[in-house]
Ligand binder design. Structure first.
Ligand code: F6P
Length: 506
């Protein structure tokens, strides 16, 4: 009998509530059943996903599969890969996977052609066609900055072809900091904006241009590359068409690091690693597209997320990368997950119930000495993801990586087991869930797969929640009010008026 979505959610809420300890005691095969090794090819590094320290069970997974069916998950996923409109409020497709070669043919072909242009420009820059280019200041914000910043930080640590500085904040302090590290004579500027209208980015771009001019660079706009889905606006702004790298409107901002928005990544890591990043993401795309039920890794992760969000009432989820190269991952995931799924209404506009948990996190082991107290003894239920790599990212004594990994595993074990004490202050309740994502090696391919895994996990959650993950109207109101304040002539609430007066602005 096929359940309705409501019935499927109700059934999920009826499950018993065993502790993690009980679950392990009940089922000797728990680790085998709840963990999956993803091996995308014979040569590529794989990833181990371990959900055994979560409260997921065989039965729960079965009922989540029924929820996925009731939510038309497979059809929604097919529609996304087919380039159909899956963002109905904006009448758009969501074709980020086409940028990696997985999608409808016409979109993949278009993306291939655009990528070829980008490759030529990156290689021309590396080969000195624009004179010596040592630095790239990448101005962009939100999805036009977070992906490039994450990828450059993760993949270009052991030497960069070009030294990249991602500047997002309109606070001039950020741009000044980049200026202080760059020689204008050998600096290029990438202006990254899907719309090419975002006030922060356009203000930073203008100031970067002025800095080049003031420093004696003879043709400042000749040192600018525009990365945008609105090439005509970049032309108006003064960028020569040969240095405009467009991407399709159907690529959402927070899903755009695979498009020309990834120019600084390719500039820093070189083309072959950029391509490897796309290939890793494509391998995850194919896995997500072609695997049904609990074997589908992003879907299974969404099951765990939805279990804690909807059945257990968790309001947050935390991500700790035990890998310095992924220190920006929590920032990236915050936008991906919260801008996508931070919604109050279903696709049809009805109340949605709880949606995206608040994503937060940090880097291990640092976070252990800062926020883990709350995880172990605080009152919030916080499902945790640990992410680590078996291969070290450093060349120092093996002790470094050993200590890092041992701490990562120890935290998951401690959260689960807890430790009883007669002294309430020294008591650890335990039974606190975590999942571990253990990469064989954090190379460019695995990195791409890891990011794509999170994109699809976010989409899968949205389907189960019946919300649209691809719009973000919530960010508009604040922008509108800021514009009105800037324009002047309008009155606001008493508090805002007082603040404007105190700061002498408006
Ligand atoms: O304000 C939110 C947002 O629209 C994000 O979704 C987007 O990534 C960011 O602003 C930047 O937009 P753009 O690339 O058009 O400058």
């Amino acid at each position: 009998m096929t359940l309705t979505r409501d019935e499927a959610w109700k059934k999920l809420a009826l499950h018993p509530d065993p502790t993690l300890e009980e679950l392990f005691a009940e089922d000797g095969d728990r680790v085998d059943k709840l963990s999956v090794r993803w091996q995308p090819g014979e040569v590529a590094a794989g990833i181990l996903f371990d959900w055994s320290k979560t409260h997921l069970t065989d039965d729960l997974l079965g009922d989540f599969e029924a929820l996925a069916e009731a939510s038309d998950f497979a059809a929604m996923r097919d529609r996304m890969f087919a380039g159909e409109v899956v963002n109905p409020t904006e009448g758009r497709a969501a074709e980020h996977s086409a940028l990696r070669g997985v999608g409808q043919d016409a979109s993949v072909e278009e993306a291939d052609a655009l990528r070829e242009r980008m490759k030529l420009l990156v290689e021309a820059m590396h080969e000195g066609a624009f004179g010596e280019v040592k630095h790239l200041i990448h101005v962009g914000i939100g999805g036009s900055a977070l992906g490039p910043a994450l990828a450059v930080d993760a993949l270009a640590r052991d030497g960069r072809e070009v030294d990249v500085h991602v500047v997002s904040n309109v606070d001039g302090v950020a741009l000044e900091e980049a200026f202080s590290k760059c020689d204008p004579a050998t600096t290029f500027v990438a202006v990254a904006s899907k719309t090419f209208t975002t006030i922060e980015t356009m203000t930073n771009a203008q100031s970067a241009l002025k800095w080049l001019a003031d420093s004696g660079v003879s043709d400042p706009t000749g040192r600018v590359v525009a990365l945008t889905a609105a090439p005509e606006k970049a032309v108006e702004w003064g960028v020569d068409e040969t240095r405009i790298l467009p991407f399709a409107e159907s690529v959402g901002g927070r899903y755009s690091m695979w498009s020309s928005i990834g120019f600084p990544i390719a500039a820093a890591v070189g083309w072959s690693d950029f391509q490897a990043m796309l290939d890793g993401a494509a391998a995850m795309d194919r896995h997500f597209r072609d695997t049904d039920g609990r074997g589908n890794l992003p879907l299974r992760a969404a099951f765990a997320d939805m279990f804690y969000l909807r059945i257990k009432g968790a309001q947050t989820r935390a991500v700790f990368a035990y890998d310095e190269r992924l220190r920006l991952l929590p920032d990236y995931l915050q936008q991906l997950e919260m801008e996508s799924n931070g919604k109050s209404v279903t696709v049809d506009g009805n109340p949605a119930g709880p949606t995206a948990p608040i994503t937060w996190g940090g880097v291990g082991t640092d976070a252990q000495h800062a926020v883990f107290q709350l995880l172990h003894q605080g009152t919030h239920l916080v499902p945790v993801d640990f992410i680590a790599s078996v291969e070290p990212g450093d060349m120092l004594d093996a002790a470094h990586h050993h200590i890092l990994l041992m701490n990562c595993f120890a935290q998951g074990a401690a959260l689960m087991a807890g430790k009883e004490s007669d002294d309430p202050h020294r008591n650890y309740p335990g039974n606190r869930p975590s999942a571990t994502i253990l990469c064989d090696d954090l190379d460019a391919f695995t990195f791409g797969a890891l990011v794509a895994f999170h994109e699809h996990r976010t989409f899968a959650s949205a389907v189960l929640l019946d919300i649209n993950p691809f719009d973000q109207f919530g960010v508009e109101l604040g922008k509108e009010i800021a514009k009105k304040i800037e324009k002047g002539g309008e009155r606001f609430d008493a508090s805002t008026e007082a603040l404007l007066k105190a700061a002498g602005v408006g």
